[in-house]
Design a protein around this ligand. Sequence first.
Ligand code: SF4
Length: 602
Amino acid sequence: MKCKATVIALGAREIKEQEYDSEKWLGGRGLATRILMDHCDPACDPLGVDNVVVMAASPLTGTIAPTAGRGHAVFKSPLTGAIGSCNSGGKWGKVMKSAGLDAMVIKGAADSPVYITVTDKGGALTGRVTIHDATDLWGKNVHETTAILQERHGKSASVLTIGQAGENLVRFASLMNDKNRAYGRGGPGAVFGSKNLKAIVVSGARKTEVAEPARLKKSVEQSLHTMRAVPTTKRVLRALGTAGLVHLINMMGILPRRNFQDCSHDESLLDRISGETIAEKILEKPGACFNCPIVCQRHTRVGEKTGEGPEYETVVLMGPLMDIYDLEAITLGNYAANELGMDTMSLGGALACAAELLDDEEIKPSDFKGFPVRFGDAEIYPRIVQMIAERDGIGDLIAEGAREMARRIGRPKSAMTVKGLEIPAYDPRGMPAQALGYMTSPTGACHLRGGYSVGLGFFGGIKEVPRFLIRQAALTAINQQNVGIIQDSLGVCRFTGYALGIEHWARIYSAVTGKETGAKDLERAADRIATLEKIFNIRAGFSRADDDLPPRFKTEPIIIEKKARLISENERNRMLDDYYTERGWDREGAPLNKAMEEIDMY
Ligand code: SF4
C-alpha cells in the first residue's frame, strides 16, 4: 500500500512529497516512526534544527470505524532524549486526512514565527501547503490562537498549536488541537517552539477511500454492538469520565501520594476529587472526539471559567501526588495547562519533585523566589502553571522537568521518572507488569506506550489476573504494549480496548484496505514497530541501564493487602531478561538479526 508524506522544510521553505510503502507499518505511530528514521538522526539535539516532527494518520482515519479520528506524532523528545511518541483525539487527525495528508514531516527551523496551512483546495498537494508569518500570534495562548486562526481560515478548520510553554521551550510542552485535546507527553510543543512553528491549520472534506464499504459497515456494526454490551464503553466512561478510576485504583492500593512516598489516602478526601464528584459538581456536559460512541470528555465549569477535564491522570498527579484534594484548584490548574500548552502529567510529577526537595530542605524557601511549592498547598494553582510557562522564578527550573531539576539540586533520586519522563498515576510497586511497562516503554514512563497492564487489574478482575507475578510480567507487558501499538497505528482510541480485540480491528482494517489482514499480521507489525522504536533509542544512546525504575520503587515498600510490595533489583533484572528474550533482543536489549528476519523488519 502506498501513501504520501508531505515534507516541509521550514528553513528553506521547501515542500516536497515522498512516497512510502505503508503496509508493514500500518499508519499512525508505525508509519510515523518509519518516516522519522529516514529524516532524523537519533543523536541530534532535540531542540536543535535537526530534530524532526512527523505526524501521521492511518488508512482508517476518517472512516466510520469507531474513534478513527486520532492522529499520532513522533519526534526526538527534549524531555528524555529518547523517541517521543504521542497521540491525540479531538478531530485534528481526521481533518488532516480530509485535507489530503497521510503524513507530514516538519524539518529545520524558521527564522521567525510561522504557521502552516494545508487545504484540500487546488491541484498538487505541495501547492496546497502554505507557510505564513505568525509574529502576531507569538505570545498568545492556545485558545486565543485557535480562535484567531479559525476566524482567518474558517470555523471548520482544525487548529494544532502551541501556547507560551512551547514558545519558551518548557520541556514538557504539549501540542494542543481543538483547544483542549493534547499531544501531551515528551515535549512536542517545545520542538515546535524550537522551530519557531506556532501552529498548523488543516481544512478539507476529502473522503477516506474504503475498498469494501459494505464489509466495513458490517464489521463496524458488529464492533458497536460489542461496545454497547460492555459497561465501560457503554456507560461508565460517559457518566464518570476517566476520573471514574480514582476509587478503583485506590482499591488496588496504587494511587500515589506525595511524590510516590506512599499510596494511603483518607477515602473521604478522595471522594472530593472522584469522577462521581466531577459529574456532580463541575460537569457541564460530556463530549466526544471524532466518531466516538464512548463520549468520555468532560466539559466543565468552575465559577466563570470553562474548559475540559480534569482527566484521571491530571486529577491524581496534580492532586494527591501533591497532597492536594481540592477539585476546583486542580481543575483551574488543568485549564491553565491546557491554555498555556503543557502536559499535566509531567507538570504534576515535576511539581511533586519540587515539593519533596523543599520538604527535605534540599531547596531553601528563598530559592522559590517568593513562591514555594509545598505539598498540600492548593493555592499554588493556577499561578505556578503560568510561572512555568513563562519560565518565571522557580518556574524556570521546574520547566526542565523532574529529572533535570533533581539533578541540578544534587538529589536525582527525588525524580520519579523513567528515562526522564514523569511516572503516570499508578504506582509500579503494585503490579510488576506495569512496572516493566514503564521500564521498557520507548518513551519513558508512559502507561500508553508502555502498555496499560494495570487496566487488566481492574476491568480484568483483580483476582483473575496475575497481578503480582514477576514471572508472567514480560508476557503481560508485551501483550499490552503490542495492543497499544496496533491501536496507535490504526489511529483509534485506547478505550476501545475494553470491548474490542485485535480481531475486530483486523476485520475493519481488511475492509478498508481490501487486503486480507489477520490479528497475527497486526501483531507482527506491532513487533516490527516496537523493534524500530528500540533501534531509534539505541542510536540515541540508550541501553539496558536506562530500562530502570527510580530507587524509591526498589527500596521503599508500599503495603497492599497487608504485604510489603516493591520491585527489587533482582526482580527488575529477571523481568528485563524475560522481556528481552520474548522480544528477540539480546541481554543488553539490542534486537537480534534472527528476530528481525522473523518479523521481516527490512
Ligand atoms: S473514548 Fe474519550 S478520548 Fe477516546 S476517542 Fe472517545 S471521547 Fe476521545
